[in-house]
Design a protein around this ligand. Structure first.
Ligand code: NAD
Ligand code: IPM
Ligand code: MN
Length: 366
């Protein structure tokens, strides 16, 4: 297998976590005789400072020429007062648009080894395995008109979807559900918003193409509660862009830390892979970041862009094993005293090294 992977590490903890993900992928490449080529380009705040743009043309061209793009994170407090179109985050939104992937897959999986890390009781999170399918190219993020009119003191954004935009992402959700537990929960606010009424009607239309899949609808406010009360009820959760952004961070409570969550965006010209978390300026540069979300994102590259299921599963198994052995980054070193007594707290690079070591032994014994 030959894969050209563009690395856009970005800001804050982005470079720290992506370099651990790349190191794990290199290990897999060497062990299996795969040729993974990595090219690095700038995005976000660092690109604003060095290139004058959050998405330099060179980065965009390299992304379009690659087989997969791995993004770390963008965003830095020094740009917080800038208007949205000048901020680091716009570089990511432009990249998403250019690559064209509209279905952002965000698995939220409760590792049993982390049961005491979650503030939710173990019996609530035991066995949780949710796949969020978040629409990524529409809704409030991109709808026009959008403006802050400083003369009148008014600002507005537009949550806009076409039927086709809803139908294509709904199809992805139903297809994925058919390979899992045959259930799709679609999230909307159809009691208030016309755009959500279109969303719900379209999901019901698409559901007719998948008679063996159970479909249910939840309002987003109730869903935010149900997710914490009975997360095991959910298989595939289909959402529009902003609702999915919010609910996927909420699901970090199930997994114990935002630093555990990976994502893959499919359906466009080139797949885009990003951990769900941001640049975490509060811990950047200190070796405190959890690289497991980025490493698990690397596994999704192998699964969705490389067709290397066994290798993807080996990364996931290595992460599980390392957790089982009590290794923790500081964000995971929580829980009751008896659990905490068995932890060894590691830095970002130490955790990366543990996963590499473990993945190597798993590949040798396979
Ligand atoms: P954040 O996700 O960066 O951090 C939220 C909290 O989670 C922080 O306390 C942080 O320390 C912790 N955290 C996040 N990732 C972690 C990890 N891997 N290990 C340990 N702890 C981790 O969200 P925020 O603070 O609201 O936003 C910071 C910046 O990141 C903003 O500029 C925002 O726009 C940007 N952002 C970027 C992305 C992305 O690039 N994909 C995603 C979300 C936020
Ligand atoms: C995410 C982030 C991004 C989003 C921001 C940084 C544009 O929060 O990937 O979850 O809102 O999509
Ligand atoms: Mn987010």
């Amino acid at each position: 297998m030959n894969l050209n992977i563009l690395i856009t590490a970005g800001d804050g903890i982005g470079p720290e976590v992506t370099s651990e993900a790349v190191a794990v992928l290199r290990e897999i490449g060497q062990a299996g005789g795969h040729e993974f080529h990595f090219l690095e380009r700038r995005i976000g705040g660092v690109a604003i400072l060095l290139d004058g743009s959050p998405l330099p043309l060179e980065t965009l061209e390299a992304a379009l020429a690659s087989d997969a793009v791995l993004l770390g994170a963008v965003g830095s407090p020094e740009f917080n007062s800038l208007p949205p179109e000048k901020r680091p985050e716009v570089g990511l939104l432009q990249l998403r648009t250019a690559l064209g992937g509209f279905a952002n897959l965000r698995p939220a999986f409760a590792f049993k080894e982390l049961a005491s890390t979650s503030p939710l009781r173990p019996e609530i999170i035991d066995g949780v395995d949710i796949l969020f399918v978040r629409e990524l190219l529409g809704g409030l993020y991109f709808g026009k008109p959008r403006e802050w009119d400083k003369t009148t003191g008014e600002a507005w954004n537009t949550m806009r979807y076409t039927r086709d935009e809803v139908a294509r992402v709904a199809r992805v959700a139903f297809e994925l559900a058919s390979k899992r537990r045959n259930k799709v929960t679609s999230v909307d606010k159809a009691n208030v918003l016309e755009v959500s009424q279109l969303w719900r009607a379209t999901v019901n239309e698409v559901a007719k193409e998948f008679p063996s899949i159970a479909v249910e609808h939840q309002y987003v406010d109730a869903m935010a509660m149900h997710l914490m009360n009975q997360p095991r009820n959910y298989d595939v959760v289909l959402t529009e862009n902003l609702f999915g952004d919010i609910l996927s961070d909420e699901s970090a409570v199930i997994t114990g830390s935002l630093g555990m969550l990976p994502s893959a965006t499919i359906g466009g010209k080139v797949n885009l892979y990003e951990p769900v978390h941001g640049s975490a300026p509060d811990i950047a540069g200190k070796g405190l970041a959890n690289p497991l979300g980025a490493i698990l994102t690397g596994a999704l590259i192998l699964r969705h862009s490389g067709g290397l299921e066994a290798e993807a599963a080996a990364i996931e198994a290595a992460v599980r094993k390392v957790l089982e052995q009590g290794f923790r980054t500081p964000d995971l070193a929580r829980g009751d005293a008896s659990a905490a007594a068995g932890y060894t707290v590691l830095s970002t690079t130490e955790m990366g090294a543990k996963v590499r070591e473990t993945v190597k032994t798993l590949l040798v014994s396979a």
